[in-house]
Design a protein around this ligand. Structure first.
Ligand SMILES: Nc1ncnc2c1ncn2[C@@H]1O[C@H](COP(=O)(O)OP(=O)(O)O)[C@@H](O)[C@H]1O
Ligand SMILES: *[C@@H]1O[C@H](CO)[C@@H](O)[C@H](O)[C@H]1NC(C)=O
Ligand SMILES: *[C@@H]1O[C@H](CO)[C@@H](O)[C@H](O)[C@H]1NC(C)=O
Length: 298
């Protein structure tokens, strides 16, 4: 049985079409554990903060598919396995929903329709661009049509992003590189990030967050139209891989569970969580768990 509507997040993610080996770099993305993919990382971070989660996935019936699912299980994230061959499954009744495609392009409109009942009950849905943009956009639209808050992370970035992504994202969250690819504005400081935010508001965004590594983030919203720099504390960074995913996962968690917090407060807390992740090596391995964090974050 599904619990009440305000308990779901949906994250669309995918794997690369071939299996990464530990430490191998594919398309510039380093897999330390082999269980990456931005959406998967984001989901794991949200789960470690205490979000109850589910995954809708499309994995092969090979050992990697099984290991991949096992990794989610270890993180307390049950899976809905939409297999390559046919659909089956499922674990219902969790807080964070992830769609995993076994390979780019495989997750399609039909799969989304099968997941419609899940999307409708989500509180927040997080999408990236590791599945086809059309599928990602359709998922955002489905969520929007059902009053589900949408958090869009345009990664990897596309220069000619469909303008509908702006209007169907309640929150548009990108890093400096993605910001530049999308707007053509090079970002080296909070002021530049503010310009990106204002440009994206003109394109139809309601709320833009540009992450700036050790500088924290810049927030620009349609309500104020004045860029707000939200700095983060100084830490001794060991490995910043996956910091953006830790940030997005934390953001999704707070949006779903603490909807009364101001955006600035949500960003401060998410900055803090991501800053913990950069103090250890690896991607998912560096993501903090709720029990190891200061309890005033919750
Ligand atoms: N060196 C750092 N010190 C403290 N926080 C950091 C550092 N690097 C990243 N962060 C945190 O992680 C968030 C995302 O980092 P960023 O580098 O912008 O993302 P990405 O991993 O996508 O490149 C930042 O907004 C900040 O909160
Ligand atoms: C996913 O479902 C398919 C079809 O039922 C099955 O063959 C496969 O082993 C499942 N994969 C995992 C990892 O559960
Ligand atoms: C931003 O994220 C992309 C993935 O979309 C990554 O390749 C890039 O290195 C990141 N940029 C920064 C400044 O960390």
């Amino acid at each position: 049985m599904w619990p009440s509507k305000d308990l779901f997040i949906l994250v669309a993610i995918s794997l690369t079409s071939r299996l990464p080996k530990a430490g191998e770099t594919i398309h510039g993305h380093k897999f330390f554990t082999g269980f990456g993919g931005k959406g998967a990382n984001q989901c794991v971070q949200a789960a470690r903060l205490g979000a109850r989660t589910s995954i809708i996935c499309k994995v092969g019936s090979d050992s990697f598919g099984n290991d991949y699912i096992e990794n989610f299980k270890r993180n307390g994230i049950p899976t809905v396995n939409i297999s390559f061959e046919y659909t089956e499954s499922f674990f219902l009744g969790q807080n964070v929903i992830v769609i995993v495609a076994g390979a780019n392009l495989l997750l399609d409109s039909e799969d989304l329709k099968k997941a419609n009942h899940i999307i409708c009950k989500a509180k927040v849905m997080v999408c990236q661009l590791e599945i086809t943009p059309a599928t990602s956009l359709e998922a955002l639209k489905m969520a929007h049509a059902n009053g589900v808050k949408t958090l869009f992370n345009p990664a990897p970035a596309l220069a000619d992003l469909d303008p509908q992504f702006y209007t169907h994202s309640d929150i548009f969250c990108c890093n400096e590189t993605e910001a530049e690819i999308i707007t053509g504005i090079p970002v080296g400081n909070p002021e530049d990030a503010g310009k990106v935010g204002l440009t994206l508001l003109e394109r139809g965004c309601k709320l833009v967050i540009v992450t700036l590594g050790a500088e924290g983030c810049v927030l620009v919203s349609v309500d104020e139209r004045i860029p707000k720099h939200v700095p983060t504390g100084k830490v001794a960074a060991v490995d910043t891989t996956g910091a953006g995913d830790s940030f997005v996962g934390a953001l999704a968690f707070y949006l779903a569970y603490y909807p009364h917090l101001s955006m600035e407060e949500v960003i401060k807390k998410s900055n803090f969580i991501a800053s913990v992740s950069v103090q250890a090596s690896g991607t998912q391995t560096s993501f903090p768990k709720r029990k190891d964090l200061p309890q005033d974050l919750f």
